[in-house]
Ligand binder design. Sequence first.
Ligand SMILES: C[S@@+](CC[C@H](N)C(=O)[O-])C[C@H]1O[C@@H](n2cnc3c(N)ncnc32)[C@H](O)[C@@H]1O
Length: 272
Amino acid sequence: MIAYICAVTKSFSPSRGIPYLRRPMMTYPPHHFPLTGTGLQSSTAFDFSAPSEWESYYKEHSEILEWHSSIPLDRIASYVSEMRIDQYDKDQQEQRSSPLSVLMVGCGNSRLPATFLSSCPDCNLVLLDTSQTCLDQLREVYGTSVEYVCGNAVQLDRLFGDTIVPDPTLHPLQPQVVSTTGRKFDMIIDKGLSDALFCSEGWNGPIEELYRTASTVLNPHGRYLLISYRLPSSTQTFLTEVGHLVNLQWEFHIPLDSNDRVGVSMAIKVGE
Ligand SMILES: C[S@@+](CC[C@H](N)C(=O)[O-])C[C@H]1O[C@@H](n2cnc3c(N)ncnc32)[C@H](O)[C@@H]1O
């Protein structure tokens, strides 16, 4: 099994001024990740944080690559179902006629959308990934029952904000401006995306931007559901600090659904 090494250093966030320790030296995916048959066992290291590498991967492989398969998909989908009957739902739904809106960031070709659609057929689902090839494959499966956005999840405000800010560096990953402008979501689901971003050199910047911009596109009391490898306490501290700045309040590793390798964590958007 190949080890993919993530860098370690003491780091500093210039935009926010938060000093913190970066994640300790780790291998990625952890040694227990079942890479057999995925095509990710190449002789060269796969940079999980690089969209271009994922695009190449999906061009060569169309078989399902299910991240964190130890967490049942129906349990993940149940977080949305539960949202429809809890207090948030009672308060919000009475005042609005629109169904719950859910965004899957770094959706890949997981089967989660299928599970989600059967448990929550009246919800709006948007699938976002940087890989156009992956999205094209998904379109063959899900047709018009979901929406597809090809773009970078660390710039969700650019993708869905009220004012689209064109970014030439994003080409050819520009969003379809007409359909995405001014969108807000009740839940964002991240299964494996943050894990991938943690592998970048200086992951703190992209991770901070992911959560900052996610908060801007969440409705009040909206939720960010994170399914990731269990987070070291230093990473939890970092995410908590970022959360304080961007109005996201974290609960890490929810016992009901987390296991010894994978954590199911949730951030709620609190008052601004
Ligand atoms: C580890 S896979 C997880 C796939 C899927 N969510 C699952 O659970 O199996 C990470 C996915 O994130 C996508 N990705 C990587 N960087 C991204 C970024 N900055 N913005 C959006 N998607 C990204 C990749 O193309 C890949 O499909």
